[in-house]
Design a protein around this ligand. Structure first.
Ligand code: PGA
Length: 259
């Protein structure tokens, strides 16, 4: 059984004060929810205080990126040790914006994924085809290279607990180009098939594959209805904590169906 996940990444949007205000609004609205794994991915600068604010709550949190070394002369980077010190449970790696704007490659995504696991951080690995929608078989070629780079250095048990976020570049940040849920479901199935080829059926059945890219309250249900979609990773729409809380409750409707 794959537990449904509803998460949001705040990118370079909320600072410390705004993050804490968000959590104040969110927690009372979702505190009764146990059937959905809820996570937020704030900015680095807010992680420590977010961690304090989420203590003893049912909301988990993670970082938007990490470097693969533990310490040293790497100006501007954040190490996995620093993230665990803040209490992070997750580390997002390979977001399309990081690949496009900050030259991340499948190889560096692999190094970061390995470093995350070496420090007990669950990686949320973003994958997806770039530029424009392509036929599923062409998407599969790109996704396979991304998965081989990201997962190649993991042990099967680590892969089983890793989260994959399918976020096609053409659907991120557009507001109107969210992938068609049926297409997304088909791609999630292909991703699971690639994981199966690499690690076998048991691992592929366990790995959670969530969808991200212009998810909002209008289209969330369409994605959650799909058998291969194990949750949502939301950007702009969830910058409003009330909207995010509504999505979590929507997820609740589907968490029972997915068991
Ligand atoms: P968006 O961002 O929902 O604003 O498109 C999604 C993401 O980048 O994870």
């Amino acid at each position: 059984m794959r537990h449904l996940m509803i998460g949001t990444g705040w990118k370079m949007n909320l600072g410390i004060r705004d993050s804490l205000d968000y959590i104040d609004v969110l927690l009372p609205k979702v505190e009764s929810v146990s059937e959905v794994d809820i996570f937020i991915v704030p900015s680095f600068i807010a992680l420590d205080q977010v961690g304090q604010a989420l203590k003893n709550s049912n909301v988990q949190f993670g970082a938007q990126n990490l470097f693969w070394q533990e310490k040293g002369a790497f100006t501007g980077e954040i190490s996995p040790v620093m993230l665990t010190e803040c209490g992070c449970q997750y580390a997002e790696v390979g977001h399309w914006e990081r690949r496009r704007l900050f030259a991340e490659t499948n190889e560096t995504v692999g190094l970061k994924t390995r470093a995350a696991w070496d420090h007990g951080l669950i990686p949320i690995i973003c994958i997806g085809e770039d530029i424009k929608p392509v036929a599923p078989q062409d998407a599969a070629v790109m996704l396979k290279a991304q998965l081989q780079g990201a997962l190649g250095c993991l042990k099967p048990q680590e892969v089983a607990q890793t989260v994959l976020a399918y976020e096609p570049a053409w659907a991120i940040g557009t507001g109107k180009a969210a992938a068609d849920p049926v297409y997304a479901n088909q791609i999630h199935g292909l991703v699971r098939a690639i994981v199966m080829e690499m690690f076998g059926k048991q691992i592929a059945d366990a790995v959670r594959i969530i969808y991200g890219g212009s998810v909002d309250l209008d289209n969330a249900r369409g994605f959650l209805q799909q058998a291969e979609i194990d949750g949502l990773f939301v950007g702009r729409a969830a910058l409003n904590p009330n909207v995010f809380a509504e999505m979590v409750h929507l997820g609740l409707e589907f968490s029972f169906r997915k068991k």
